[in-house]
Ligand binder design. Structure first.
Ligand code: AMP
Length: 194
């Protein structure tokens, strides 16, 4: 998506994982929540996003990934976008059964060096543990174990799912069936965005 639309992807999870790696005060505080599969407090997340969207590379737009995840986050975003005069173009709801999510996340591996994503079964590296693209080591995220994944899904059902109603009211939701291959889902998403 970032190549097609030439705009940055703002992943609050990536920003938090970088802060954990850098050992910042915010990162250390966030890690406790992340390891449990719980959400990091709204004020921390809203502060991160407000700063990030003011950066120069966001002038022509951006794609949020993993944000907003709660009603207070969505309401804070509505307010900021209202002030900036830049309403959301679309909210993409990728619809996947929970068991498929568990399978995808528990097999996920990421390259430490270049960030390329793999899956142990659906898209394995040629040599186990070594990135095909850059030769870097691959790793499994601490929160991609079944217990934490189930907790993250519970949190999703309780706190994030209601956002579909919130954004349906704003008439911006595009629901995509998410059981196909990454390429198929990419194409459906592009079609939905028009
Ligand atoms: P993700 O990379 O989007 O799967 O996020 C990993 C973890 O980071 C989540 O389980 C939360 O603990 C935290 N996190 C990421 N984004 C948010 C957010 N928008 N609100 C609260 N916590 C978040």
């Amino acid at each position: 998506m970032i190549e097609k639309y030439q705009i940055p992807q703002i992943s609050t999870g990536d920003i938090l994982r970088q802060a954990v790696k850098d050992g910042t005060e915010m990162g250390n505080a966030a890690k406790t929540y992340m390891d449990r599969g719980d959400l990091v407090p709204d004020d921390v997340i809203i502060g991160i996003v407000k700063d990030r969207i003011k950066a120069d590379d966001c002038k022509n737009g951006y794609i949020f990934d993993g944000f907003p995840r709660t009603l207070p986050q969505a309401e804070a975003l509505d307010k900021v976008l209202d002030e900036l005069g830049t309403p959301l173009d679309a909210v993409v709801n990728i619809d996947v059964p929970e068991d498929v999510v568990v399978g995808r996340l528990s097999g996920r591996r990421t390259c430490k060096r270049c960030g390329t994503l793999y899956h142990m079964i659906a898209n394995p590296t040629k040599e186990e543990g070594i990135c095909d693209k850059c030769g870097g080591e691959t790793f499994q995220r601490d929160d991609d174990n079944e217990t934490t994944i189930r907790q993250r899904l519970e949190v999703y059902r309780e706190q994030t799912f209601p956002l579909i109603d919130h954004y349906t009211t704003q008439d911006v939701v595009k629901t995509i069936p998410g059981e196909g291959t990454p390429k198929e889902i990419f194409e459906l998403t592009c079609q939905a965005l028009g």
